[in-house]
Design a protein around this ligand. Structure first.
Ligand SMILES: Cc1cc2nc3c(=O)[nH]c(=O)nc-3n(C[C@H](O)[C@H](O)[C@H](O)COP(=O)(O)OP(=O)(O)OC[C@H]3O[C@@H](n4cnc5c(N)ncnc54)[C@H](O)[C@@H]3O)c2cc1C
Length: 376
C-alpha cells in the first residue's frame, strides 16, 4: 500500500505510530532514506495511515505575528547551544514535559522527553520519532502543557497525531534539510572505531561549524571543519539531503508551529532569529523574556531575515553532484558515494585555487606595467 508519494514522504514515522495492527515499519530505501513499508498480509486497509499522514493532510500554516533577534551578552560563554539557546530556554519552561532531539548511546539522533541540556546543539541529521514517543506526547498533552521542538515536518506529524492540541505547544526550526541517519552512521563508524572513548558528537561550537568527537571529560578527540568534512560538506551543499527536503512545503513564510527558531544568518555573532506565530507562542516568548534578563531581545523586521532565502522562502537546491552521489550510492553505499564526490571537490577546489593564483599574478603584472616610471 502506498501511504503517500515517495518523493514527498518526510519519513516522520507517524504512519507507523497510528497503525492499529502495527503492520507498518520504516525501512531504508535504495538511497538509504527511511520510508514506510507495509506488511500487506496484516494490513486491514483502514486507511488511517493515509488519512493522518502530514503529506496527505497538511497542517494549517500561519503568517507570524512578531519577529525578534535574541542574543546573549558577549561575556556569557557558548554552552553547547547552536545560536542563543532559545530552544533550550523553551524546553526549560516545561520540566518533565519537553520533547526534543538528543543523541542515543549509539550516537543516533532520537526524539525523547528530556532535559533542556540534552537537546542543546543542532544535530544535522534526521532524528527519529519512535511510535511510543508519539503516544507519550499525546498522553502527556492530554491534560498538561507539553512542548515539542523539532523540524517543521516533525511538528506537522506530531500535531496530526495529537487529537486534542489544547495543551500542546510547538516550536519548529528553520530547516536546511536533513540527511538520512544511515549516512551519519556510516560516516561515524570508522571514526568511532578510531576513538572508542567518544561520548559526544557535535556539529557546532556556537557559530563554528565543524564535526567534533569528545570524551566524557570534554577533551576533543577529533575536530574537522565543515568544508573539509565530507558528510558535513555534502549536507551543507545539498548533495545528501532526503529527497523530499528539496521540495519542502515548510520552506515558507507561513509557519506550522507556535514559535519558529533559526540562526540570524545575516547578523554577526551568536544570534537567534525568532518568529512568534500564535497566541501560545506569544505567551511562551513573554515568559522567556521575563525569566531571562541576560537574553538580549530586540524586535526586527521579517525582511531582514528573508535576505537569506533558504528554509524560509524556498528549499535549499539540489547540488549538481546529487545524481552522481545517488548513482554511486545505489552501486556501493554511502562511503563509496561520498568518496567519489570528495574526489570531484578536490579537483574543483584545486582548480579554483589555481585560477585565483593566476588571476592574482596577472593583476600584479598589470599593476606593475601600468605604474609610471617615477625616476625616468
Ligand atoms: C537539521 C537542521 C537544519 C537546520 N537548518 C537551519 C537553516 O537552514 N537555517 C537556520 O537559520 N537555522 C537552521 N537550523 C536551526 C539552527 O541550527 C538552531 O537549531 C536554531 O537556531 C536554534 O538554536 P538554539 O541555540 O535556540 O537551540 P539549541 O539550544 O542549540 O537547541 C537545539 C534544538 O534543536 C533541536 N534539534 C537538534 N537537532 C535536531 C534534529 N536533527 N531534528 C530536530 N530537532 C533537532 C533540539 O531538540 C533542540 O531543541 C537547523 C537545525 C537543524 C537541526
Amino acid at each position: 500500500m502506498t501511504i503517500c508519494p515517495s518523493e514527498k514522504c518526510f519519513g516522520c514515522g507517524l504512519c507507523v505510530a497510528v497503525c492499529p495492527v502495527k503492520c507498518i515499519s520504516l525501512i531504508e530505501n535504495v538511497h538509504g532514506e527511511l520510508h514506510p513499508s507495509t506488511d500487506e498480509e496484516k494490513c486491514i486497509s483502514c486507511g488511517l495511515c493515509q488519512k493522518k499522514c502530514p503529506v496527505n493532510s497538511p497542517q494549517e500554516l500561519r503568517y507570524p505575528l512578531e519577529f525578534y533577534a535574541a542574543s546573549k551578552q558577549d561575556s556569557i560563554p557558548t554552552d553547547g547551544s547552536s545560536s542563543a539557546g532559545v530552544a533550550s530556554l523553551l524546553a526549560a519552561l516545561f520540566p518533565g514535559r519537553a520533547f526534543g532531539t538528543t543523541w542515543s548511546q549509539n550516537h543516533e539522533a532520537i526524539v525523547k522527553c528530556g532535559e533542556p541540556e540534552e537537546f542543546k546543539g543542532s544535530k544535522y541529521v534526521q532524528s527519529v520519532i519512535a511510535p511510543e514517543v508519539f503516544r507519550d506526547i499525546s498522553k502527556l498533552s492530554d491534560n498538561s502543557d507539553t512542548i515539542f521542538i523539532g523540524t517543521p515536518c516533525q511538528v506537522a506529524a506530531v500535531k496530526s497525531f495529537v487529537k486534542n492540541g489544547e495543551h500542546l505547544f510547538t516550536a519548529d526550526l528553520l530547516c536546511h534539510g536533513v540527511c538520512p541517519p544511515s549516512y551519519l552512521k556510516d560516516e561515524l563508524k570508522p571514526l568511532l572505531e578510531r576513538f572508542p572513548q567518544t561520548t559526544k558528537v557535535s556539529f557546532r561550537d556556537g557559530n563554528i561549524f565543524r564535526l567534533a568527537l569528545e570524551d566524557s571529560k570534554g577533551n576533543i578527540l577529533y575536530s574537522c571543519p565543515a568544508q573539509k568534512q565530507h558528510y558535513f560538506r555534502a549536507f551543507l551543499e545539498g548533495v545528501s539531503l532526503r529527497e523530499n527536503c528539496y521540495s519542502c512545503p515548510f520552506a515558507n513564510k507561513e509557519r506550522v508551529s507556535d514559535i519558529t527558531l533559526g540562526d540570524f544568518i545575516v547578523r554577526k555573532g551568536q544570534v537567534s532569529w525568532v518568529s512568534v506565530n500564535s497566541d501560545k507562542g506569544q505567551t511562551l516568548f513573554k515568559s522567556i523574556i521575563e525569566q531571562h534578563p541576560e537574553l538580549h531581545v530586540e524586535s526586527c523586521e521579517y525582511e531582514e531575515r528573508l535576505a537569506y532565502p533558504y528554509s524560509l522562502l524556498k528549499p535549499f537546491p539540489k547540488s549538481d553532484y546529487r545524481t552522481k552521489f545517488l548513482r554511486a550510492f545505489e552501486k556501493k553505499g554511502y562511503l563509496f558515494a561520498i568518496r567519489k564526490i570528495a574526489r570531484i571537490w578536490r579537483v574543483r577546489d584545486t582548480t579554483k585555487i589555481f585560477y585565483q593564483k593566476i588571476h592574482h599574478a596577472a593583476h600584479l603584472v598589470k599593476k606593475f606595467i601600468s605604474k609610471p616610471l617615477s625616476n625616468a
